[in-house]
Design a protein around this ligand. Structure first.
Ligand code: ATP
Ligand code: MG
Length: 282
């Protein structure tokens, strides 16, 4: 059984029938189906407004779709009993893009990370502090960061704290919504490396939502392309992205061709022919 199954999910906003029977509701997700297997990362790429974050919220149980089902470990998250919902909330965590707005500026790192532990685990003060120090160290910070406030950290360090909080309860699935997008390239790759390590160490699964195709490639096992609320492509292996003939995928590929050597070698023959022709004309 897959860890997560999304089945024929459709969602519209403002689904009010207006005058003359005209339906002005906006369909943001249309008949989306996919699965995430335990211990794997599904990268979900798509341009701005494609519906990626909305889909993330549907999976997190905070945006109920009008149609379809989300099954987590076989349980329908929108129709589970209270105890199951509580267990699902523990096993499903999220890390957002903006590390600063995800935390309370008046809380120290220790308090930020302690929140989920206090909600779900009954630890003594000493045990809890020990766990928090272990978590800080696991994400590349240290005991001396315990008493620091968010403004005393860089964006990358604060994202490490958000990650420590997300993994504190050893969840099954983490939704990473543009979690590295606002970081510089070096910090991005360090955080992606950390996420990859944690995935192996904790047996985590990720839904990695991004418009950054390169970041998606660095972390994902499988890959989906969302465009205007439709899951236009879903690859078992991310490498299939290179051979897809879908015009939107080609456009996404072209957008990174110039920078990435791997894509350059696979660059369209057309480009090469054009360059060749051009050089002959000169
Ligand atoms: N609460 C809401 N009410 C009405 N429309 C919404 C709401 N949330 C999102 N939308 C609309 O749904 C569409 C998809 O938004 P969403 O935030 O899911 O896109 P996205 O793919 O995450 O984009 P980005 O890459 O910019 O984060 C957009 O057109 C957005 O305006
Ligand atoms: Mg978004």
């Amino acid at each position: 059984m897959s860890l997560l199954q999304v089945k024929q999910v459709s969602l519209s906003f403002n689904s009010k029938k207006l005058f003359k029977g005209k339906d002005l509701s906006k369909k943001v997700l249309n008949d989306i189906s996919f699965a995430i297997e335990e211990g794997t990362c599904l990268g979900l790429i798509g341009t701005s407004g494609a519906g990626k974050s909305t889909l993330g919220k549907v999976i997190l149980g905070i945006q109920r779709p009008q149609q379809g089902q989300v099954l987590f470990q076989g349980y329908d998250i929108y129709n589970a009993d209270k105890a199951t919902q509580q267990k699902i909330r523990r096993d499903l965590q999220v890390v957002f893009q903006d590390s600063y707005s995800a935390v309370n500026p008046r809380m120290t790192a220790e308090r930020i990370i302690s929140e989920p532990l206090e909600n779900y685990e009954k630890l003594t003060i000493t045990e809890q502090r020990k766990r928090i120090i272990e978590l800080l160290e696991r994400v590349g910070l240290s005991e001396k960061d315990l008493k620091k406030y968010p403004h005393q950290f860089s964006g990358g360090q604060l994202q490490r704290i958000n990650i420590a909080r997300a993994v504190a309860l050893k969840p099954k699935l983490i939704v990473l919504d543009e979690s590295v997008s606002s970081l510089d390239m070096v910090t991005q790759s360090l955080i992606l490396e950390l996420l990859n390590e944690l995935k192996d160490d904790f047996g985590l699964s990720y839904l990695f939502i991004t418009h950054d195709i390169k970041a998606a490639f660095l972390i994902s096992d499988t890959l989906g392309v969302l465009e205007k609320g439709e899951l236009i492509e879903l690859y078992d292996s991310k490498d299939q992205f290179f051979s897809s003939k879908h015009p939107i995928v080609k456009r996404l590929r072209d957008s990174i061709l110039a920078e990435h050597p791997r894509f350059r070698t696979l660059t369209t023959k057309a480009n090469w022919v054009n360059t060749n022709r051009l050089s002959k004309q000169l």
